[in-house]
Ligand binder design. Structure first.
Ligand code: BDR
Ligand code: CA
Length: 507
């Protein structure tokens, strides 16, 4: 997530009034209902009949214009909260349309969420109930209190209460006067509509996911665990997959590209572009994996067209150049990424982070005594990537060896259209892993890497200075050096955290 907290305004932002009251201020049902409540309130306060109360209300309107609450406070000695709770308890059903998407959209945003509204509590609660989103928020701050928008302290109060830095917050607003203080506070701002001070302008709240979600490229060599990683990424709304690029690794480029397309079709996500890449490592012959079988996806062995277009390297750099915050997830040998770095270094420097499945840091390798498969296959490429000055995170065997799923752990997915293909894939994968590596269960290397991006807070991460051995029998080994760290290494992720989110996302 790009932000730690998103603060939403309510009226006009989370929903638009069915009959927009701002358009004909006061001359609409919304304010007619409030006015009626005000008259009843005066009648109760003063013990006068409705006709007298009506006259008193008219004089408040004449004297105080839009500031009715001020009139009540000064004339009748009530406080703001009392005034609002007596007059703004309106029927939300009358004014607020249902939006069945909204709850799902907000739930897909994984950082903290709050409402900071200038509306009084009684009305805000009615609206949030009507929209069925009250429990989605980590906190709601109302307008009938002393410290309220656009007072800067109101924004700071929300960030402080939820324990986040104000500079890591995003405000979503539809009124300029409430948006301006966010700029002074160093927050980012989204405007519903068009506003020159906002960092992003969107048409409606539905467009928010495109702004807050991580844009990623997945470079992959499916691969059984790559297939599961693609499923997890595609099913996680907080990730926005700009492209899938393929590389030879677990199997040939024909097979890995065919398999990637097969999985995206299974997911109904053929809208995601697939760019095929390198057919062999930079300086060596391709060594294919054993555990994924000849097709790379034994158990399914797809027969669809691979449709090789050879555009991976160029498109990775294009996307990096044209998007501010691209995260690259690599699940195979690093050949495509190394080529992109060599050919387009400036574009590649714009990548926000490279999160890689690969390597064995403090544990033995799985392809040789020293090396993990992805690094083993193309150590020269890995060397180039490890030296490149962008943020890098490694999810190596050290973390992955802890996380294997048994066949019956997929039972929860029964009835889901992914269940049968997953079981068909996992049976040979589990059998092959046991024969080849002696481990019982489907090792979750690549999906664990995607999971790290989704929930980094579950991981134990240490900084290392790592160098890739490129020569001799130790080729692919990661050597721990003294000096400034060049990479974050994920040492541990609890299996249960992964398993719960993974299965939930796939449902
Ligand atoms: C890595 O090698 C491949 O076989 C898997 O897909 C994973 O990316 C694990 O060493
Ligand atoms: Ca892989």
């Amino acid at each position: 997530m790009k932000y730690d907290l998103i603060i939403f305004d309510m009226d006009g932002t989370l929903y638009k009034m069915e009959n927009d009251p701002k358009r004909e201020f006061f001359d609409n049902d919304f304010f007619r209902d409030i006015r009626k409540n005000c008259v009843d309130y005066i009648s109760r306060l003063e013990g006068v009949d409705i006709e007298k109360a009506e006259q008193a209300m008219q004089s408040i309107i004449d004297e105080y214009q839009g500031e009715w609450s001020k009139g009540f406070i000064e004339k009748y000695g009530v406080d703001r909260k009392e005034y609002f709770s007596n007059t703004w308890n309106l029927d939300a059903e009358k004014f607020v349309g249902k939006n069945d998407n909204l709850r799902g959209i907000l739930n897909s945003i994984s950082c903290k969420k709050a409402v900071l509204t200038s509306a009084p509590e009684v009305w805000a609660e009615n609206v949030l109930d009507r929209l069925n989103i009250r429990d989605v928020f980590d906190g709601v701050w109302f307008g009938d209190v002393d410290i309220r928008k656009p007072d800067k302290r109101a924004y700071i109060q929300v960030a402080d209460a939820l324990g986040v830095e104000i500079g890591n917050c995003l405000m979503v607003e539809d009124e300029e006067r409430f948006l301006l203080p966010t700029k002074e506070l160093g927050m980012d701002a989204v405007f519903i509509g068009k506003n020159k001070y906002a960092d992003y302008n969107i048409q409606s709240i539905e467009d928010i996911t495109g702004i807050v979600n991580e844009k990623i490229i997945i470079d992959t060599d499916p691969g059984h665990d790559d297939a599961l990683a693609l499923m997890l990424a595609a099913k996680s709304k907080e990730l926005d997959i700009a492209a899938v690029t393929t590389v030879a690794g677990n199997s040939t480029i024909e097979n890995t590209t065919r398999n990637a397309r097969y999985i995206l079709r299974l997911l109904d996500r053929e809208d995601i572009p697939v760019y095929s890449g390198s057919e062999r490592p930079l300086k060596r012959e391709l060594v294919q994996a054993v555990v994924h079988g000849k097709s790379g996806l034994e158990g399914i062995d797809p027969t669809n067209e691979p449709k090789l277009n050879g555009r991976a390297v160029e498109e990775i750099s294009n996307i990096a150049e044209n998007n501010e915050d691209i995260t690259l997830i690599t699940l195979g040998p690093l050949t495509n990424i190394a080529k992109a770095i060599k050919q387009y270094p400036d574009a590649m420097k714009q990548v926000k982070e490279i999160v890689m499945m690969g390597g064995a840091v403090n544990v033995p390798g799985n392809k040789s005594k020293y090396a993990e498969f992805n690094i083993f296959v193309d150590p020269d490429a890995a060397d180039i990537v490890f030296r490149f000055p962008v943020k890098k995170t490694l999810v190596p065997l050290d973390a992955c060896n802890y996380v294997a799923l048994q066949l019956d752990e997929f039972d929860e997915l029964k009835g889901n259209r992914l269940y049968e293909p997953i079981i068909a894939m996992m049976k040979p994968y589990i059998k092959n892993i046991e024969l080849d590596e002696g481990t019982k269960g489907a090792l979750m290397y690549d999906p664990l890497t995607v999971f790290y991006l989704l929930q980094p807070e579950t991981a134990k991460v240490e900084k290392y200075n790592l160098k890739v051995e490129t020569k001799g029998e130790k080729a692919g080994k990661l050597m721990i050096l003294e000096g400034n760290p060049n990479i974050d290494v994920v040492e541990y992720i609890p299996k249960n955290a992964f398993k719960m989110s993974f299965l939930e996302a796939l449902k």
